[in-house]
Each structure stands twice: as structure tokens, then as C-alpha cells.
Design a protein around this ligand. Structure first.
Ligand SMILES: Nc1ncnc2c1ncn2[C@@H]1O[C@H](COP(=O)(O)OP(=O)(O)OP(=O)(O)O)[C@@H](O)[C@H]1O
Ligand SMILES: [Mg+2]
Length: 476
């Protein structure tokens, strides 16, 4: 280890690499030198399970208490674990399942599907059962699950089965698949297994609170009291998680200011432990490849790179309408210079900007898209009071505005920037010449085109609305 450390220190002061080579031995030794700073790089893989769990005692205890109920004759059939990304939900639920040896469990990540049908098949597969071929009545697969679970519990002499469904929100993107029915069938599964003397508990992990979705009353009433919230981590939690990882990952101690910077950037919007770990890894990799010491500048560079990648990944998989709604948010944010926008303003602008003769999206559909967008981390929502109009939901971009604009469509974005510049120039000129009527002045105040020559500006203009129609969505 000591020899590696010396070599590493020498490397950081070494002269730049020689000419590129196609020799495999040269490449191998180059990669080896690039990785000299790492003792165990796996510790910087956000997908690897942590050696030590930091904090989250309250949530861990709550889950264990719910499960322990089986010893006293009652287990809640469904636990909803929810919270923002990187708040440790998957980690803590996995930790509990691993350590709580009194139960049998299966962990199913639903991210690999987009439908209720697909989710049912993933659960069947996890239990070693054949997938469904057609989407006929969904009672049969649940009967099969019941048999498989009973056999497994009998065989292992256990009474409790825990089915973890991670990324549970996915099923709500498939309203035609009747997600509420899917949950109802899980609740029925618990009832049927109880008749055989077994206990069953499903744990749904999601970003949004389950009771916020459109669920049947029969489902709502049965899952009501078993929700566990994972608040975003504070800066201090993120820093401790990082310290633990850094200790294992690097051969020498990483300067505290580097970890602080990663923790700070990852806690800016909401404390996201995954983002912090990714930042540290990418920054260390870049610095190491450049044969330079890890510095704050590399962390900042990593932050920009990761944001770009994230936006690109989301946009690659997203629908045409998703991109249009995102474009509307980017556009209003740019023109209004405001961060938060009511759903009604977004809908109104969507209709105004994108009306291309096709059937415009309904208010409800735009609301759904906004919710999906929040799951991807591109936007954030808040409930805000509008005085006499009650409460409304507002959204803001979570990613850098200009990166989003450029990634959506560079030509469109630069056109918008140009149009604003021209408008400002024109306004300045008109103000200077003083040759304006009262009506024209009012139009300037409202950020509208002053005369016919400038009419094209109207297609770019952000039109204010106080969000009066927000309650139409029926969300509040
Ligand atoms: N309490 C913790 N102790 C140690 N490591 C943690 C803790 N919480 C989170 N982490 C680490 O942070 C990363 C993100 O955590 P995790 O995947 O559990 O988040 P999540 O809430 O499930 O996020 P998402 O909603 O995006 O799935 C993982 O690499 C995990 O190991
Ligand atoms: Mg997770």
C-alpha cells in the first residue's frame, strides 16, 4: 500500500503522458496509473450496498415494528415508503430485509417495466413462476403467487412473507392497467394467506406519497396508516455518508473541503446521497486521469457533467409531449425570470405556444406529465397559497435552465435568446426616442410587442396569470 502511495504522489507530479499508444500493455499500465488513487473503487458505486448504514434509525424502527406485528397476530398488509431520490429508501428497506431473519422476502424493482401487466410479471418471475401471456383477468396470477408463497413459507418454516416493490410509482404511469386494482389484489393476497395461517406484507417504495394518487376508497382505507416518510438528508448526513465511503475508496485521506463541496452540491435542492457519491467518484476519476490532485474545481466540473448526463438520459426516454411541457417550463422560467410557476400557467402557456392545430393536451394530462417529470428529478413541486384563490401547485426547474434549453432543442433555445435580445434592444431604442403612446408604454410594461413590426415577439411572450384555474385539476 505504501509503495502505491509513493507512486501515486510521484504520478501527480509527473510530466504529461507520452504519445498515445495502441500497445495493450501500455494501455493497461496507463489505466492502472489512472486508478492508483483508489483502494476500493466499489465503495464509490452508488449501486453497491454500504458497509455501514448511517442514521435513519426512526424509519428502520418503524418498518421493523410493522413487521414484528406478525408475532402478535397482525401485520399491516401494505407499507408505503416514500421520499425524494437518494434519501436512502431502497438501502434501508434492503437492510431491514437482510437483517430481519424471521421472514422470507422478495425484492422486485419495477423500474424495468412501465405497465401494471409488466409489474405483475416481474413479481411472478421473482417467485419463480411463468409470466402471463395475455392481459386477461388478473386474479389468476395472484392465486399463483399465493400458492408459491405458501409453499415457500411452509418449506422454510416461516410465517411472514415480505414482498418489496421498489420504484412503485411506475404503475401509476399506466392508468389503463388499473394500478388501484393491482394494490387491491395485493391486499386480497394478504387476506387469503391469512386464512392459511400466514402473514403477508407488501412494501411499496416510491418518490411520491401513495395517498396522493388516484386510488379506490376500498384501497385507501386499508393502506392509510402505514406510510413512512424519508425526509431528504441534511448536509451533515450526506457528509457522514461520504466520509464513510471515501475512507474505503481511496488510498489516502481525501481533504475535508472536497467532501464538504460534494455534500453541499448534493444538498442544494434536497439532500441526495447518491448524487454526492457520484460526484466524488466522477471528480476523482477525472482528476486521476488528468494526473492532477483531486480539487474543488474537479468536483464542480463533475457536477456539470452529471447534470448534463441526467438531462440527456431523461430526454432520450421521454415522450414528445413530455419534452413540450418541459420546454414550456424552461421558456417561462427564462422569460419571466421567476423560478416557480403554477400548473395553470404552464397549461395556459402550453396551449398558447404549442397550438399547432392538433388536439391540445388536457389540464389533467399536463398535470400527470408534470408529476412524471418530478419523478425524474428535472422539476420540483410545492404547494403554495394564492390568497383568496386557495392553494395551488407550483413547479420549478431543478436543472440548470440553459442546459435544459439547449438539450431540448439548441436551435429553438438560441432563437428564444435572440428574440429576447432583439426585443430589449428595440425597447431601449423606443424609450430613448420617447416616441411612445400610453398604449405602447403599457404594452412594454406587460412585456408585449409594441407595434406590428415587433408582433413576432408575442409568440415568445410570457403571459402572466395568477393561477386562478389551478383548482380545476382537482388535486387539492
Ligand atoms: N443511511 C445511509 N447510510 C449509508 N449509505 C446510504 C444511506 N442512505 C443512502 N445511502 C447511499 O446513497 C445512495 C442512494 O440511496 P438509495 O438508493 O437508498 O436512495 P433512494 O431513496 O432509494 O433513491 P431513489 O428514489 O432514487 O431510488 C446509495 O448508494 C446508498 O448506499
Ligand atoms: Mg431507490
Amino acid at each position: 500500500m505504501r509503495a502505491r502511495l509513493v507512486e501515486h504522489n510521484q504520478m501527480f507530479n509527473a510530466s504529461p503522458e507520452g504519445a498515445p499508444s495502441t500497445s495493450i500493455a501500455d494501455i493497461v499500465s496507463k489505466v492502472e496509473r489512472e486508478n492508483l488513487i483508489f483502494a476500493n473503487k466499489r465503495a464509490l458505486d452508488a449501486l453497491s450496498f454500504p458497509m455501514k448504514i448511517i442514521g435513519r434509525e426512526e424509519q428502520t424502527e418503524k418498518i421493523v415494528r410493522f413487521l414484528l406485528g406478525y408475532r402478535y397476530g397482525h401485520v399491516v398488509p401494505f407499507i408505503s415508503v416514500y421520499g425524494r431520490s437518494g434519501s436512502g429508501k431502497t438501502t434501508i428497506v434492503k437492510h431491514v430485509c437482510k437483517e430481519f431473519s424471521e421472514s422470507e422476502h422478495e425484492f422486485v424493482n419495477l423500474r424495468r417495466t412501465r405497465t401494471v401487466f409488466g409489474a405483475t410479471n416481474l413479481v411472478l418471475a421473482s417467485l419463480g413462476l411463468e409470466p402471463m401471456k395475455g392481459s386477461g383477468g388478473n386474479k389468476i396470477p395472484f392465486e399463483k403467487m399465493q400458492d408459491a408463497i405458501s409453499i415457500r413459507l411452509e418449506k422454510n418454516k416461516k410465517k411472514l412473507f415480505v414482498l418489496v416493490l421498489d420504484e412503485f410509482d411506475v404503475i401509476f404511469g399506466d392508468p389503463r392497467g388499473r394500478p388501484s386494482d393491482f394494490i387491491y389484489q395485493l391486499l386480497e393476497l394478504e387476506k387469503d394467506l391469512a386464512q392459511k395461517g400466514f402473514y403477508f406484507c407488501a412494501i411499496g417504495i416510491s418518490n411520491n406519497v401513495l395517498s396522493g394518487y388516484d386510488l379506490d376508497d376500498r384501497v385507501k382505507s386499508r393502506i392509510g396508516t402505514s406510510e413512512i416518510f424519508f425526509a431528504p438528508y441534511h448536509y451533515g448526513n450526506v457528509k457522514t455518508i461520504l466520509e464513510e465511503r471515501a475512507q474505503q475508496a481511496f488510498i489516502c485521506k481525501i481533504d475535508d473541503v472536497i467532501l464538504e463541496r460534494c455534500a453541499k452540491l448534493a444538498s442544494q435542492d434536497h439532500g441526495d446521497a447518491r448524487r454526492a457519491i457520484d460526484l466524488l467518484r466522477v471528480a476523482a476519476e477525472t482528476a486521476s486521469a488528468a494526473h492532477k490532485p483531486l480539487s474543488i474545481a474537479y468536483v464542480d466540473q463533475a457536477s456539470r457533467e452529471l447534470q448534463k448526463d441526467r438531462i440527456e438520459n431523461v430526454l432520450t426516454d421521454s415522450s414528445y409531449n413530455f419534452k413540450r411541457v418541459l420546454a414550456v417550463i424552461a421558456r417561462i422560467t427564462f422569460l419571466s425570470k421567476e423560478e416557480w410557476h403554477y400548473t395553470s400557467v404552464i397549461v395556459q402557456q402550453y396551449k398558447k405556444v404549442w397550438f399547432d392545430g392538433a388536439q391540445p393536451l388536457s389540464y389533467r394530462r399536463v398535470s400527470e406529465i408534470l408529476r412524471e417529470m418530478e419523478d425524474t428529478g428535472l422539476v420540483l413541486s410545492q404547494i403554495s397559497s394564492r390568497g383568496r384563490h386557495g392553494y395551488g401547485k407550483q413547479y420549478k426547474l431543478e436543472m440548470p435552465l440553459h442546459v435544459v434549453g439547449r438539450k431540448l432543442n439548441a436551435n429553438w433555445w438560441f432563437g428564444l435568446l435572440e428574440a429576447e435580445k432583439m426585443h430589449k434592444r428595440m425597447m431601449k431604442y423606443m424609450r430613448k426616442t420617447g416616441d411612445l403612446s400610453e398604449k405602447q408604454k403599457n404594452r412594454i410594461e406587460r412585456n408585449e410587442a409594441v407595434d406590428e413590426k415587433e408582433k413576432h415577439w408575442d409568440s415568445y411572450v410570457w403571459n402572466d396569470d395568477d393561477g386562478e384555474n389551478d383548482s380545476e385539476s382537482g388535486e387539492f
